[in-house]
Design a protein around this ligand. Structure first.
Ligand SMILES: Cc1ncc(COP(=O)(O)O)c(C=O)c1O
Length: 481
């Protein structure tokens, strides 16, 4: 509110409520138009690095300007300079899908702009976080001894899980650190298909990137249990201390699923922490017919799932579940004097469960999206994405110029061009992806499987239907020789 009692201060404060309301309507229309007409936009821009910044004012703004000007620049420079992940023919990476209830919740959360660090700083944000985490725990079929915490990304979730594991393996590492002490070298095991976030966690935790041992995977890109067992035995013989195994449910390249139950057996017998990276594949647990994917989860120490990948929550939202979450709390709780008064009985303070103090109100968007669609509604949509992936694979079976390069387990299809000379296949794949992406009509990515280049198509966008898939299929066929 402007200070009407002091005319010299009339320009202080926020923009007026009347103007804000009008802008809000304008932006609401802009967002609705963006979503409605997203298919008219090229998916990816064709700018050289630096070109976008050049089209914008470079001087820091000395005096303010009307919001209208800024909105015009969003239209003129920013929107055309983005890759439109929400476009139904964007099939790169894992879809981080935009949904209408998710957008609405983000707007409301921005209006609240609260900090969910302690219960007292935002009771409803804290309690909603506990509520949505428990819904998710139930959907994932995790026993009640698991409790969760929300972070931004799976990389951060995995780092926190491994920090808890490290604390259990080395006495008072929180207090004393790792250096200058007589301690064994700790080792982490993950398949050769696991995400690079495992190494990132080892780097951040002072465990060393080279102490992440990559276990070979089988023909279907699943961790080989025997090889894991051998590596652990070899490490023990050489005086390393096995710390944790990271099993992946839905690997990044092919969405393969490691044999979690067998891995859990080894971890139990060897007293090793089992972390499950279900960042992508965890969402499949919502489908009753896909319960096989959750086999062995109840034996894990921790599990991460990214609802921003398969579960329709806008980026970013990652949930880490830990059995006996006190093991995580013991590593990170540290209450500065100015927050000591914030402790209220048994109320949970989520700042105690991680490195960061300030925390966004992420729970609101999960709550709104999940209530809007319900488990059934989400399962139906995920099921359709799985059907589309299988359909695409079936088209491929009948097309002699293309071949599948990995089993289709979830919403991911990896394939390559068949050529007389294998080295030409990589060239062909690259050319297909480059041309299609440059056309702006679809977006695909490349990956490497056993040293060979493959095209990777990822389904998961809430707007994608069979006609979009057919259009992309035709674009691929048109570029085959
Ligand atoms: C299996 C898997 N784990 C972890 C990650 C890292 O995810 P984030 O970007 O949330 O850190 C990814 C990224 O796609 C992934 O595919």
């Amino acid at each position: 509110m402007k200070d009407s009692t002091d005319p010299s201060r009339a320009d202080l404060g926020d923009i007026s409520n009347t103007e804000f309301r009008q802008l809000l309507h304008q932006v609401a229309d802009w967002i609705a138009d963006y979503r409605e007409k997203i298919e008219d936009r090229p998916i990816s821009p064709n700018f050289a690095p630096g070109e976008i910044a050049k089209a914008l004012p470079r001087e820091a703004p000395e005096s303010g300007e009307p919001v209208e000007n800024i909105l015009r620049d969003i239209d003129r420079v920013i929107a055309p300079g983005l890759v439109h992940w929400g476009h139904p023919q964007f099939m790169g990476y894992f879809g981080c899908t935009t949904t209408a209830p998710g957008i609405l919740a983000e707007m409301v959360a921005a209006a609240f702009n609260v900090n969910a660090m302690t219960w007292r700083t935002s009771p409803a944000a804290t309690e909603l976080e506990s509520v949505v985490l428990d819904w998710l725990r139930q959907w994932l079929g995790l026993p009640g001894e698991f409790r969760g915490v929300v972070y931004d990304t799976a990389s951060i979730s995995t780092m926190h899980a491994l920090a808890a594991a490290r604390e259990g393996a080395l006495h008072r590492v929180r207090q004393l650190g790792l250096t200058g002490r007589d301690a064994p070298l700790l080792r982490i095991y993950a398949s050769d298909q696991a995400h690079s976030s495992v190494e990132k966690a080892a780097i951040a935790l002072g465990l060393g990137e080279e102490n992440v041992r990559r276990v070979p995977s089988d023909r279907e890109f699943r961790l080989e249990v025997e090889a894991l067992q051998k590596m652990i035995a070899q490490d023990r013989a050489e005086n390393f201390q096995p710390l944790a195994v990271v099993a992946t449910v839905g690997t990044t390249s092919t969405a393969s699923v490691d044999p979690v139950k067998e891995i859990a057996g080894i971890c139990r017998a060897e007293n090793i922490w089992l972390h499950i990276d279900a960042a992508y594949g965890g969402g499949l647990a919502l489908l009753p017919e896909a319960k096989w994917v959750t086999e062995g989860w109840e034996l894990a120490d921790s599990l991460v799932v990214n609802p921003h990948k398969m579960l329709f929550v806008p980026f970013d939202f990652s949930a880490l579940f830990v059995r006996q979450i006190e093991r995580l709390r013991d590593v990170f709780t540290l209450v500065p004097e100015y927050l000591r008064g914030d402790s209220v009985g048994a109320a949970i303070n989520y700042m105690d469960y991680g490195v960061q103090l300030g925390r966004r109100f992420r729970a609101l968007k999960a709550w709104m999206v999940w209530r809007t669609f319900g488990r059934e509604g989400m399962a139906a949509r995920i099921r359709e994405h799985m059907r589309l992936a299988q359909l695409f694979a079936a088209w491929m079976e009948k097309e002699p110029r293309l071949e599948l390069r990995a089993p289709v387990v979830m919403g991911v299809v990896c394939f390559a061009a068949v050529t007389h000379h294998p080295e030409r296949s990589a060239e062909s794949c690259r050319m297909i992806v480059e041309e299609i992406n440059a056309s702006g009509r679809a977006y695909l990515t490349l990956t490497e499987l056993r040293g060979a280049t493959a095209i990777r198509l990822g389904l998961g966008n809430i707007l994608t239907n069979e006609s979009h898939l057919r259009a992309v299929w035709q674009m691929i066929l048109d570029r085959l020789h």
